[in-house]
Design a protein around this ligand. Sequence first.
Ligand code: HEM
Length: 458
Amino acid sequence: MLRPMRPLPGLPLPSAFTLVPYLYRPFPFLEAMAKRYPDVFTMRFPANPKPAVVFHHPDAAKEIFALGPDDAHAGQVNAVLGPILGKASLLLLDGKEHLRQRKLLMPPLHGERMSSYGARMIALTEASIAGWPARERFPVHERLQAITLDVILRVVFGIGEGELFHRLRERLVEILELATNPIFLVPLFQRDLGPLTRWNSLVRALHEADEMLYAEIRRRRTSGERGDDILSLLLDARDEAGEPMSDGELRDELMTLLVAGHETTATALSWGLRWILASKSLVARLVRELETEGALPDLAPERIARCALLDATARETLRLQPVVPMVGRLLQRPMRIGGHDLEAGTPALVSIYLIHRRPDLYPDPTRFDPDRFLRQRFAPHEWLPFGGGIRRCIGMAFALYEMKMILATILARAELRLPLFGKVHEVRRGVTIAPSRGMPLVMERRGSSRVHEQEDRS
Ligand code: HEM
């Protein structure tokens, strides 16, 4: 049970004193706060007059995730992403409009539709591995980003080649790289201060990408050309009044899926490799599982999807290194959460990172131990890397599936190791927390990781 505490504890400091460590050293900062203030603390952000209440007890997460569309809004909390995603983005919408768009976007990211993308995910990963340098250190994060970007471009737009693909891809890479600057999470710095500034470059790249996106939307609308991609589905979607989505709405949802689905999955994969490769015995068990399930040597997607240890490894990666450390809601009416009475307009945040590191939920929480997911099922408010409730990530099933396809392909087609020197640490890239220096690895040789168990490194 939560201990009722009044007044809510927190550092009595102006927002800048907490914002800077939260942006640049998020995990040490959150850990220090949790040590001082068990279960809940407050923290000031520049954009909101009321201090945000950060909950890190799973019962409070359960209460927040149960809130309805009129009780709490997430769109207002995500508003800082507006200049990139657009005001019709699912991440920025609230209430009825949010639920309507969510229904439209869900189907292509689930079920059979999703599993049809498996072969392409594997083929893109194999093609990438063919270009990795051998026996030298290289940052794997950018290679994983390229794979997840190509997967999303195929799944969202249905394009994987041709002139438009290359031009759009180039602009999107530029946008996504510029947008990872943590400073742009502060609205004050989202200003165009002249042609040589990063925000100006971002605005220009967005403008060029938008021109291409709008041209493609118009072309597909007039030609009637359709495929198995999300754009095709959305072009034919109609709301309750029989109205189609406007070009602006389509652009914003496409950009949202690209931004929300690409860097997040690449980051989760980088962390996954960091932890898998630290344990030779885990590598051996994963390869053996792929063999036992009949997923090798052909890498059949439906067989990879059945691998329980691989699934547990993806889940444990997202537990230990949640890519997004917190999610938030803006309360729309006064309410009691975690035993605390909160006013309307209070930002209520759930710290995914701190809940995932609670020893009462996850014994020995800093240890990477995929087996904990084989021994036990965790509730949605205990394992929450994708947030929860009516705002839970719509790409959750897709991302877990993609992680498994890509990790299995890497294990099957490359023998990798961590470099001898230089441990990585967490760095912020926009809303995500990634391994530093692009997650350096060494590829010993192409071909399957040999099954041999040696001592582990962590
Ligand atoms: C490992 C990969 C991923 C992680 C860790 C992740 C994490 C998250 C989190 C924490 C949220 C906020 C949830 C909340 O507020 O409760 C979110 C929302 C969202 N994600 Fe993901 N995500 C991932 C992959 C994807 C993919 C692949 C897509 C789509 C292709 C996607 C699309 C979205 C969208 C559209 C939302 C907004 C949902 C809404 O507001 O209703 N994400 N994601």
